[in-house]
Design a protein around this ligand. Sequence first.
Ligand code: ADP
Ligand code: MG
Length: 689
Amino acid sequence: MKLIDLPKLSTKRIKALSESGIDSILDLLNFFPRRYLDRTTVTKIQQLHGNGEQVTVVGRIEKIQQQGRGRKKRLEIIIRDDTASLKGVWFKGGHYIKKQFSEGELVAFFGKVKKYGRQFSIAHPEYDKISDNSDIQDLKKIVPIYPSNKLLSKTRTTSKLIHKWQKVILKHESPPEFIPKNVRQKHKLPKRHEAYRMIHFPESTSEYKQAFKRFKFEELFLFELSVAKTKHEVIEKHQGKIFDNLENYTSKFFNEHLPFELTKGQKSALSDIKNDVRSGIQMNRLIQGDVGSGKTVVAIGAILMAVDNNCQAAFMAPTEILAEQHFRTLSNFLKPLGINIRLLVGNQKMSLRTDILTDIEGGNCDIVVGTHAVIQKEVNFHDLGLAVIDEQHRFGVKQRAEILKKGSHPHVLVMSATPIPRSLAMTLYSDLDISIIKGLPGGRKPVKTAVRPQQKHNDIYNFVEDELNKGGQAYVVYPLVEESEKMDLKDATAGYEKLQKRFPNFEVGLLHGQMKSDNKDTVMQQFINNEIQVLVSTTVIEVGVDVPNASIMLVEHAERFGLSQLHQLRGRIGRGNRQSYCILIHGHKVSKEGQFRLGKMAQTNDGFEIAEADLELRGPGDFLGTKQSGLPEFRVADIVEDQFILEQAKTAAWKMMEDDPSLTQPEYQELRKVFIPYYKERSKFYGTG
Ligand code: ADP
Ligand code: MG
């Protein structure tokens, strides 16, 4: 059967469907209701309460009238049953509705009923015309309401019409089952064809719930299968270089050059890494630790292990400022040991760049620190043994794959401060092993956070001045306005000028994304050396920046920032032994959600708690940046809400991959047909195909 075989499918409707992503019969079957109206009980109008309850009423049309003028124009249809009357009201599109009804007809209205005076009324009711001799039983069903949009409603591709089509399709088509029987039985999933029937023509609430569960499971199951297969075929199979000599640099650095004692968490992460790089299998490890937990030094450890074994290491950061900071840190620590480190970022001078690239290719440099520039085509490593990706949530799965191609199965270490709830981490990073750094280095005082309105600027500046007088330093951050760096600059520049006047006794600096890298570096260096005390900035300092003497983070228009972003910003302070303060300043109008975010920041310093709240607010797509994260956009499933189904699907998928990775068993044949193209698509994405 083809789409064009359906009744009432005009060219216009075909186009409207196509715009909504429906190009085939299967697409249409997969076009699920957005909600259901439960009409299984008809209420007598007299018995209504009128406090917004969802009801079905049946009555005869007493009057059809156009009321009001201009914007208040509306269509009213009054119906009456044997107890009382009720008014249906349409504020727009009344004309089209009006044409369909005539006085005396029997109709059913469904919707939320309100009471105005003594009159019950339903705004924009769903409706059904009932012929006098039709069976009242026809009414008593659960009616699916399909999603609509401009084009669908313009072409009158109504929910009802779509419902009719579904009936025709299900009569003629029976999409093959591909979830193996044992899995279906274990998780009590209805068969595919039956599930389509249950979702489009449910006989009870529980039927469509079961059907939804099946389709969610199906989606998550395919996804987990692909993750499991990637792990099986692509990752575990690779041998890794063995780094067993740690004598020259690694031991020396930790025993003689490190100015502090490692925390427990850092030690255990390092020991995980040591085990990985000695195992003979390629390392794929995620180090997760809250902002300030000291991930950099763990990365340095891994890098030294590579250098000790005559391999090169790459250290990638998402921003130039951060790359430069890492370059400085590594240079300070490692130059004395005689290790050659180079910085590779965008817009470096041609001659310098050529020199660096030659160095990397010739094997004259041991460590390359840089931004995305490191994965450009022209960069060829002599022998890349380890790739470290800092702030990995800022990169995509693709970039991880790119850097992998720069060597022959180099070990991979990714670091992230975004604590991801367990189920999400399992899904996203199931091809990674995870080490968690718990706790912060000792001697730190928890940052104190205050939320203040704009009118308090005077008091706040006085407070900042006190802190500067005591020797502290401050960040003042302005938000991105409409994602445009140029607009964004206006605010920061104005702030910079204002603050120069307000703090004449201190140096005020300005840092933003549009500055040349050299200038950025100079300003940052001055802030580090305390030649600048107040650093006015855009969000370019959001990730990773480490200046332990900074003790104030003042965020302007804090209500415009997301939770994770605010947490990252706050993570710039409280890195030394100074008591630090985060001051979140907000404008006059703050949305409910904005208030919640600011409240949350004031309430806790715990990155994990903040991430969970953020995930809940934004959903996984936004939270992780769906395109980047490698997480597909699920059609029905929601990996936050459907964690339970996710666990089930994961267990089933991973077990199947374990038992029969090529899905050769006869009962897996249908699954193979669906899975193989799915997997190909995903592999392209991962860059592993
Ligand atoms: P993050 O995990 O946010 O990347 P960093 O690696 O930037 O954190 O470390 C934060 C600060 O803490 C740095 O100034 C670093 O030198 C310092 N630091 C790291 N580990 C320790 C430790 N064990 N004891 C004391 N200070 C530490
Ligand atoms: Mg860091």
